[in-house]
Structure formats: C-alpha cells, structure tokens
Design a protein around this ligand. Structure first.
Ligand SMILES: [Zn+2]
Length: 313
C-alpha cells in the first residue's frame, strides 16, 4: 500500500469505525416494538463469542441468519439496530445450544476479531467490533456490582437492571490514550515486555480517574520513557473491544531527550527516524516491526509518514 497521500482511504478513519446501523435508541425503549421485531420473519441475527465473530461463507461479511424460535427471547437476543429498517439482533455463540453453534460454524466461519478487522470492510469491521463489545459486556455483567443479585437486559440490551436493588448498569468503555510523540523528525516508540524482538509501537495507557485525556498523555509518556511532551493534539479514536477499550489517538511534541524504560511495562523505548519507519512500513526492515494495520498505533504512524505532523494530524 502506498501511503503518500493523507487522503488515502485507509488514512482517513481507523479500522473498527464506520458501523452503518441505526442503533434504534427510540425503538428499543418500547417493549412492544422490540417484541414485534423479535417475531418478524424479516429480522436477522448475528453471532459472536469469546472465539470471535461469525462471518458468512465467503468471509467477506458478518453473517446474518433468520432468528430461530428459541433465539427470540429478550434475555438472549440483543438488538444491535436497524439495517435498511430490518432489525439485526446479536446472539452470544457461547450461550447457544452446542448443536446450534456447530451448525452455524459449519455454515460460515468463526474468525477472531483482529483477523476480522483485517479482512472486512470498515462498515462490516465496525459492526463486528460493536457486536463483540456489547456481548463481552453482557457476558461479564450478569450480576449486580452493587448487591450481587442477578441482572437482566433492558431496552433490548442497551443496559442491564438489577432484579433486587433496581440499579441500572450501562455498558462500560475504558478510555486509553495512545500517543504519536515527535521530536526533530523522529517518533518515540516502545517495545513491551514479552513482545517479539523488534516489534515497537506507540506508547499508550489507561486514563486514570480524575484525569483528562491530555493529562494522561503527558503522564504516560513521562512514566514510560522519562520524556517530557507538550501540546497534545487529538487525532482520532477507535473502538478496541479487547475487551472494552476506546483508544484515543493523540499527537504531541517532545523536547529532546534520551528515552529510558522506567516503569517496567516497556523494556525498550527509542527514537526512530522517518527513514527507519518508512523501511519498516514497507516491510523492508529486518530489525523493526510496526504494529498491524488494524491498530490505531499504525494509523497514527502511517499518517505521520504520509505527511501529517502535529499541525496536520
Ligand atoms: Zn443490585
């Protein structure tokens, strides 16, 4: 792929963005309308589980299947939204009868979400990410964090309510800042402990309670490298449902300095020149491997290589 132009489609928006469904926020508040959609023969179901997302046989789209009678339960079927006025529900592959899951797998292919993101269009990859994020949350929030009693889905799955104390729980999304740090034509990248040799990526970290995203950028870079950065500028964000993150991509300038891995999360952190990064992006470097194209880290690096400094992020 030639990335010489910032208008290149793959540089405009990150993978896992571009989901085209109407999320049906009004319809899902009316139980009778949801029930009608559950009963409609036109409605469809899509499937994901801990192993991945069910794609159609060609592997080019998220599979859509008619809703079988046993799937038409509001405890099981989560309304994703409307697609050309056809309701699309999500079902957790891990909760289906073994025979159903096997039959679905034989009629399509269960693909890990990272592989699906690399293979699908942005719209279909965005749908896969949306479905995985929502099902991940439902799978892990069957009990109330306030009192420990069972919770049940409400509003066709956009939230859960405790049957005992009435607390309403909403899907959780964890903000993570990820930074393209630039100094004098170089970018600061780190190697995480346990990664393959030569694999480097942008520094990143969770936003802490009581902290802005911009403050998190400054703190994380200082903690992970000892480098001081200033004037962080937001570039783009990306849903990253592994299991529930929202990546907030920033660009920032650093004063000159010798980086050092100081907090134990990274074991190496270094400056890389534009020439080194160009060679790695083109697969011509034996010593440097960049993150995969589906990641916002790679999106930030590729945009910089194509000419987007902080001012033109
Ligand atoms: Zn409760």
């Amino acid at each position: 792929m030639e990335l010489a132009d910032l208008r290149h489609p793959e540089l405009l928006t990150p993978t896992f963005t571009g989901m085209g469904l109407d999320r049906a926020q009004t319809l899902r508040k009316d139980p009778s309308l949801v029930e009608r959609r559950l009963r409609s023969p036109a409605s469809r179901a899509a499937f994901a589980g801990t192993e991945g997302v069910l794609l159609d046989r060609a592997g080019e789209r998220v599979a859509r299947r008619p809703l079988s009678p046993e799937w038409r339960q509001k405890e099981k079927a989560i309304l994703l939204g409307l697609e050309d006025d056809v309701a699309l529900f999500a079902l957790d592959l891990d909760s289906l009868a073994a025979g159903d899951a096997t039959a679905l797998g034989q009629a399509g292919e269960v693909v890990g979400l990272r592989d699906a993101g690399a293979r699908l269009s942005h719209a279909e990859g965005g749908l896969a990410a949306y479905m995985a994020a929502l099902l991940n949350w439902h799978r892990k929030h069957r009990f109330c964090a306030n009192c420990g009693a069972a919770t049940e889905p409400i509003e066709a799955g956009s939230a859960r309510r405790c049957e005992c104390c009435g607390t309403v729980h909403f899907p959780r999304t964890d903000p993570v800042v990820i930074m393209r740090v630039e100094n004098d034509g170089r970018l600061l990248l780190g190697h995480r402990t346990g990664w393959p040799a030569g694999r480097y990526s942008c520094l990143a970290g969770f936003v802490s309670p009581g902290e802005s995203a911009e403050e998190a950028v400054l703190r994380e870079v200082r903690e992970e490298s000892g480098i001081a950065v200033h004037d962080p500028v937001f570039v783009a964000s990306q849903p990253w449902p592994f299991p529930a993150s929202l990546m907030l991509g920033f660009a920032a300038y650093a004063d000159d300095g010798v980086p050092a891995a100081v907090d134990g999360e990274l074991d190496r952190v270094e400056w890389f020149t534009r020439e080194q990064l160009h060679a790695a992006a083109a697969g011509r470097s034996a010593s440097l491997k960049l993150p995969p194209p589906i990641s916002i880290a790679r999106f930030l690096i590729d945009r910089w290589l194509a000419g987007g400094g902080v001012a033109a992020s």
